[in-house]
Structure formats: structure tokens, C-alpha cells
Ligand binder design. Structure first.
Ligand code: SAH
Length: 440
């Protein structure tokens, strides 16, 4: 990020614009949305600009150093390269931040595209990379955000102090969500600004009287790693969570989607690696949900596949805490998709086995005879270290060394690797992997 977005207090700022034509007018229109004190210097000034006096101060000659006293922002907007460069140099000498219109390299700052629902203001920028994209995003946001948003936010701001009487966290958030999602827009449409205030008053009274919310736990499936493989429900819950307790396998891109104020707790779980004792995970969930928090227990892949889900749900039930499970994409599905194959195929396999190569005791025993048979399809989870063991057991039960084996490492992630081999080559190929992998 070369350009860092900030919101500048313009109530106390002086802005100087050099230029009096169309380019200057475009910037001026934006700046007039602010409370800044504006001076515009140019020998020739468009009548449309002149009409803004006395809101702006006009100086009918080229910009000089003496015009810049106390100026915080300087726009070089003459459209003439040499003149813009002269103004930029003066601005720099005066210690102001300079924008040379349409010249990224020569500018200290750039003016983003703006979606204005003041006090809700959205700035969009691509550091000059993709103006087309900026226009598209702006159009989408303009369409998505109701015009009443600014009014709602302004009224909401006046109620903030009162809303502090609601306990921080889920209850206060629920109040504001109800205001912005339903009560506020509805009141605005039917009775305008005054109606919004009355409705907000009533809503606050209702929330202040409400019984304290009970915490609960959502077991959310994070999928194999690609954030786009999350379900809509998973995204919505992540967006509302107070606490996210996640496995180490869950990728950073997915954790990014959690509410910014959410407490993120990593509970490591890696075969053979360091791990958080299961009882500690139970205690964490019960403590946070018991205190009224909305807890998301985020598990890699599908929460119900080799994730000790039932142990965790039982612990919560025993503690009297409500929970639900949100299903997701398991690693075997992602692995099959990555090689463009079907996990079941008419005439080839009538069953699909998802097996784990290791369990609490070590390497897991299986119905090896069935797995070794012709046409059987198996997805092996946690199989990297156990690859030689799996190979040995399958050979013992008559599998051919030519049995097709595909390893998919980091399925659905940018680092995804696909290795096609045979049962004979399995241990050697598995030993070379470093990320999570499915053996098909
Ligand atoms: N609940 C998870 C599985 C947890 S067990 C699911 O449904 O996918 C952990 C194992 O899942 C890993 O050892 C690996 O075998 C597999 N795994 C998880 N994510 C994976 C990925 N992105 N690519 C390949 N295998 C993955």
C-alpha cells in the first residue's frame, strides 16, 4: 500500500488551488463538500468558478508563494505541466501536501473517488492502477447504499451516548443493527427525519428493557482455504462474531473476514504437532459463550469431518449452551474438484470412503481389504506421515503397485499442488509435501 487512506479534518484546513479552468472546477466541486477555507489563484477564471465567491477566495493572477501561508493542501490544477510543476515546488517549500492533478508521481497525495452519504463517506482508490475498476466499485456502492444512510448516521450519532447504557458487545451491536437495517430506514420512508428520532427513542427503550442476551456457539465450516468456498451463512456469522476460536489450518484470508473487533483465538491442532488440549478448547467456548458472547468455532474443511465436532457439541450441551453447525466444503471435495474428477462414478465405485490415517492411538486401522479392492475410491485425511503404513497395509491386502494415487496439497489455495503417482510411489511423494494434503 503506497497510499494510506486517512480522513482529514477540513474544518480547520486551508486549501489552495492553482488553476481556473475545468480541471480546477472538478476538484473545487469536491472540496466544496467540505468546510475547508478555499483560495483559488489563476489569471483566467471560469465564470462557474467565479460564481462560488465569496464562499471561496479568488485571486486573479498566477499562484505565488505568498498565497500559501497556512495552506495544508495545495492542488496544482492548471493542466499546464510546467505551471503545475512550479506550483508544486512552491507548495513543497511551504510545507503543504501537494496534489498535481493526473500526475501520480508528482503528488504527495491523491484524491480518491468518493461515495458521499456524509457522515458516512467511502473513499475508493487503486493507486492509479485501474480507474475503470474505481468507477465500477463506486457505481455498485452508490446503488447499494440508500440515500437515507447519511441522515440515519447523523441521527444515530446523537444517540451514541445514550446507547452506551447498553452493555458493550452483542447487545449494543444488535441495537444498532436493528436501527440501521430495519427500524431507521422504515421510519425515514414513512415519516422522514423526525420519525427516525422517535423510532430510535422507542427502539433504545425496548433494548434497554430487554433481558441480557444468552451467548451461543456456531460451529462454522471454513472450507479448504479459498475464502470463496465459504458459505454465505459462514460469512454472515463471521461478520457478527464476538469471539472466533479457530484451528491452525484456517487461512489468514478467511480470518480477515471476521469482524474487526472480534477476539481471535488460535487453538492449534496438527497431527503430531503442538496442540491445544481438547478440554481447554471446551473451557474457552463455555467461558466466552457463558459470558454472553457470540462465539464462532471455526473449523477447517467441513466441521463434521475428522474435527472432533461431537466432543465439542457434547461439552456445550452438558454446560447448557446453545449451538448449531454450519456445514461446508470438505478437503476431499476440494481435492476432487482440483483434478476435475468425480468422487463417485457410475460403474466404478458405489461407495466413497473418507478415512483418517491416524487417530488418537497413532496410525488408524481400516478395512484394508475393501480399500485395496478394484474400483474402491478413498480419500485419506492426515495421511502424509502415515503414507508408508497405508501403502504397506494395502499391499498386504492385495493392492497393485500400479493403483492410481493422486496427492492434492493445499487444495483450493494459491499454493495448490497436484501429484499423480501410484501406490508404489506414494511414500516418497508424500514425504516431499509440506502443506495439508489429501491422498486420493
Ligand atoms: N474437517 C477437515 C479435515 C480436518 S483433518 C475437512 O473437512 O477437510 C485435517 C486434514 O484435512 C489434513 O491433514 C489434510 O489431510 C486435510 N486438509 C485440510 N485442508 C486441506 C487442503 N486445503 N488441502 C488438502 N488437504 C487438506
Amino acid at each position: 500500500m503506497q497510499h494510506f487512506p486517512v480522513f482529514l479534518d477540513m474544518a480547520r484546513a486551508r486549501v489552495v488551488i492553482g488553476g481556473g479552468g475545468e480541471i480546477a472546477l472538478a476538484k473545487l466541486r469536491l472540496l466544496l463538500k467540505t468546510q475547508a477555507q478555499i483560495t483559488l489563484c489563476a489569471p483566467d477564471i471560469l465564470p462557474e468558478i467565479a460564481a462560488f465567491a465569496p464562499r471561496i477566495t479568488l485571486v486573479r493572477r498566477p499562484l505565488l508563494g505568498c498565497d500559501l501561508g497556512g495552506g495544508r493542501l495545495v492542488y496544482a490544477a492548471t493542466g499546464i505541466a510546467r505551471e503545475d510543476a512550479r506550483i508544486a515546488a512552491l507548495g513543497a517549500r511551504a510545507g503543504a501536501l501537494v496534489n498535481v492533478v493526473d500526475n501520480l508521481e508528482a503528488s504527495d497525495f491523491i484524491t480518491p473517488a468518493i461515495v458521499d452519504r456524509a457522515p458516512v463517506v467511502i473513499a475508493i482508490g487503486t493507486e492509479g492502477a485501474a480507474p475503470v475498476l474505481v468507477r465500477k466499485i463506486k457505481a455498485q456502492l452508490e446503488a447499494a447504499l440508500p440515500q437515507s444512510l447519511g441522515v440515519l448516521a447523523r441521527i444515530g450519532k446523537r444517540f451514541r451516548a445514550m446507547a452506551e447504557h447498553l452493555p458493550q458487545g452483542a447487545r449494543r451491536r444488535d441495537f444498532w443493527a436493528e436501527y440501521y437495517d430495519t427500524i431507521g430506514p422504515r421510519a425515514f420512508v414513512s415519516r422522514g427525519e423526525f420519525g427516525v428520532e422517535t423510532a430510535l427513542d422507542a427502539l433504545l427503550a425496548r433494548h434497554l428493557d430487554a433481558a441480557p442476551a444468552k451467548g451461543h456457539v456456531d460451529f462454522v465450516s471454513a472450507g479448504p482455504g479459498d475464502p470463496e468456498l465459504l458459505t454465505l451463512k459462514a460469512r454472515a456469522l463471521l461478520d457478527r462474531a464476538d469471539v472466533v476460536i479457530h484451528d491452525r489450518l484456517v487461512t489468514a484470508e478467511i480470518l480477515e473476514l471476521a469482524r474487526r473487533e472480534a477476539l481471535l483465538i488460535s487453538v492449534g491442532k496438527e497431527g503430531f504437532g503442538p496442540s491445544t488440549p481438547q478440554a481447554d478448547i471446551h473451557r474457552l467456548m463455555i467461558a466466552h459463550a457463558g459470558a454472553g458472547a457470540h462465539v464462532v468455532r471455526l473449523k477447517g474443511g467441513d466441521a463434521s469431518v475428522f474435527g472432533r465436532l461431537d466432543e465439542e457439541t457434547s461439552a456445550l450441551s452438558a454446560a447448557g449452551i446453545e449451538w448449531q453447525v454450519v456445514p461446508g466444503v470438505t478437503a476431499a471435495s476440494a481435492a476432487a474438484a482440483s483434478i476435475g474428477q468425480s468422487l463417485t462414478s457410475r460403474g466404478r465405485n458405489r461407495a466413497l470412503r473418507l478415512i483418517t490415517a491416524q487417530d488418537m492411538q497413532g496410525y488408524a486401522d481400516q478395512d484394508w481389504r475393501a480399500l485395496a479392492g478394484p474400483g474402491a475410491v478413498t480419500a485419506v485425511y492426515m495421511g502424509k506421515r502415515a503414507a508408508r503404513f497405508v501403502q504397506g497395509r494395502l499391499f498386504m491386502h492385495g493392492a497393485s503397485p500400479d493403483m492410481a494415487v493422486t496427492l492434492v496439497e493445499n487444495a483450493s489455495r494459491p499454493e495448490q499442488r497436484i501429484i499423480a503417482t501410484t501406490l508404489a510411489g506414494l511414500p516418497q511423494q508424500a514425504a516431499a509435501l509440506s502443506g495439508p494434503a489429501i491422498i486420493l
